[in-house]
Design a protein around this ligand. Structure first.
Ligand code: MG
Ligand code: MG
Length: 264
């Protein structure tokens, strides 16, 4: 069942998502060769709790009885999503997706950004650009009267036009009091299919893209979803609200992008 949100609820969701944006911006400031993904996790958890929120990923259960041990997912290189932070230092040329969820005053934030560690290859840069573009192509379809399939189709079409694969097994989702609500928002599909988009719809759109084939494997930690061929994976996610006939992006990459641009 889809819970459409009031304007007041959308403002609560915005606050939770701006806290995610602030957390990811702190991470943007610290990421460099030698930093570990556990360092990133510790910074994120402290920042979130210092702002009166909880990291929603911590303790999140999975079907294998393995609760997620950390506050953010850190997916390095061939890991596409759900990577578990560890003590291995990041290296020049790595890419790392940091997916972050918060609950603030009863409402959830969820956003992900794939960061570059130092200078990355031209191929990696092209993958990140295409994945982020696909996210915004999807967001542009989130208007009252259109359908969820219009979002899915826009994401898939852009990803595949660039020669990349997009995961079918994991999807975007409604968001509100719960991190994962109805409807599911797949990153593939047919235009004109699926639920009609209405004012008050709040969803996370999150293309998960592979440099090569879209086949995936689950690693031994029972969380990390990696490419079968070992090539790179990328993941960008925004939480958005549809209201007053328009799309409103509740999370933000503005500060991250400002930091990235000042580093180059
Ligand atoms: Mg997420
Ligand atoms: Mg999500």
């Amino acid at each position: 069942m889809i819970f459409l949100k009031t304007d007041d609820e959308i403002e609560l969701l915005r606050a939770a998502n701006l806290l995610v944006a602030g957390t990811l911006a702190e991470i943007a400031r610290m990421i460099k060769p030698g930093v570990t993904t556990l360092d990133i996790d510790r910074l994120a958890e402290t920042y979130i709790r210092d702002h009166g929120a909880v990291p929603t990923f911590k303790g999140f259960p999975n079907p294998y009885g393995a609760d997620f041990p950390c506050s953010v997912c850190t997916s390095v290189n061939n890991v596409v999503v759900h990577g578990v932070p560890d003590d291995k230092p990041l290296q020049e040329g790595d890419i790392v997706s940091v997916d972050c969820g918060t609950k603030l005053n009863g409402y959830c934030g969820d956003s992900c950004y794939t960061f570059s560690v130092g200078e990355i290859s031209e191929e990696a840069r092209r993958l990140l650009k295409a994945t982020k573009e696909a996210l915004y192509k999807g967001i542009a379809q989130a208007l009252p009267g259109r359908r969820i399939g219009d979002i899915s189709h826009a994401v898939q079409t852009h990803v595949e036009s660039q020669g990349y694969g997009v995961l079918r097994e994991l999807v975007g989702h409604g968001i509100g009091r719960e991190m994962h609500e109805d409807p599911q928002v797949p990153n593939y599909g047919k235009a004109g299919n699926g639920k009609v988009i209405k004012n008050g719809l709040c969803i996370a759109i999150e293309p998960m893209v592979t440099q090569g084939a879209r086949d995936i494997v689950l690693l031994d930690d029972k969380w990390s979803v990696a490419t079968r061929d070992g090539l790179l994976g990328a993941h960008f996610e925004h939480t958005i609200a549809v209201h007053h006939g328009k799309v409103d992006i509740l999370s933000s990459f503005d500060e991250i992008e400002r930091i990235e641009n000042s580093n180059h």
